[in-house]
Design a protein around this ligand. Structure first.
Ligand code: GRF
Length: 208
């Protein structure tokens, strides 16, 4: 059973997918805490509903990003999770955290990386850019986090069609459904110890 900590700033539908997959025993693991930078994030409410520790760390209470990251690091050391999932977390984790937990932090990104990733590409902005470019397919990527933005080794990707009449919202909704499947698949593989990072590539080991 792996112990998972989830960072989330928003509605937390990916968090919910993870909680549900743990309950179904599809993921051999348990969400032990949800950390947010937003007090009213619905993800925190979901955590409370499932008796999961909901931790709000107010960025306004810290005079610098470094101090904020130190606080997060202190919390993470106490929680000592096997896996950290960034599921719609709007801040970038500091290098210290990434270095200490490298290989144990994964992120969900709503495009097929390396397209439409990096600074400024988050939320609906991603889908707006995909539509503006005229892409015919889009999708999501689950990757390990390194010290760049959306640059870490890719674990899995799923794609969706882009339709003529799509708006950023309709495309986001279609991608979101695939994210739920992709994040569960990635965590399942992680929990089964089947992910091996080899430079930029993630090798998926066969079962058993
Ligand atoms: C997802 O689209 C994810 O790709 C991005 O943030 C969104 C989070 O959605 N990083 P939710 O809060 O899990 O519903």
């Amino acid at each position: 059973m792996i112990r998972i900590t989830v960072f989330a700033s928003g509605r937390g539908t990916n968090l919910q997918a993870i909680i549900d997959a743990c309950k179904r025993n599809e993921i051999k693991g348990k969400v032990i805490a949800v950390i947010s930078n937003r007090k009213n994030a619905y993800a925190l409410e979901r955590a409370r509903k499932h008796n999961i520790k909901a931790i709000f760390v107010d960025p306004k209470k810290f005079s610098s990003r470094e101090k904020y990251d130190n606080k997060l690091l202190e919390i993470l050391r106490l929680l000592n999770p096997d896996l950290i999932v960034l599921a719609g977390y709007t801040r970038i984790l500091g290098k210290k955290i990434v270095d200490e937990f490298y290989g144990k932090i994964i992120n969900i990104h709503p495009s097929l990386l390396p397209s439409f990733g990096g600074r400024g590409y988050y939320g609906l902005r991603v889908h707006r850019a995909v539509l503006k470019y005229g892409c015919k397919i889009s999708g999501c990527t689950i990757h390990f986090v390194d010290d760049g933005v959306d640059t870490g080794p890719i674990i899995t990707q799923r794609c969706v069609p882009v339709f003529e009449d799509d708006t950023p919202e309709t495309l986001a909704e279609r991608v979101s459904k695939e994210e739920h499947k992709a994040i569960v698949e990635a965590i399942k593989l992680f929990a089964e110890n089947r992910l091996e990072i080899e430079g930029r590539r993630v090798r998926i080991l066969s079962k058993g």
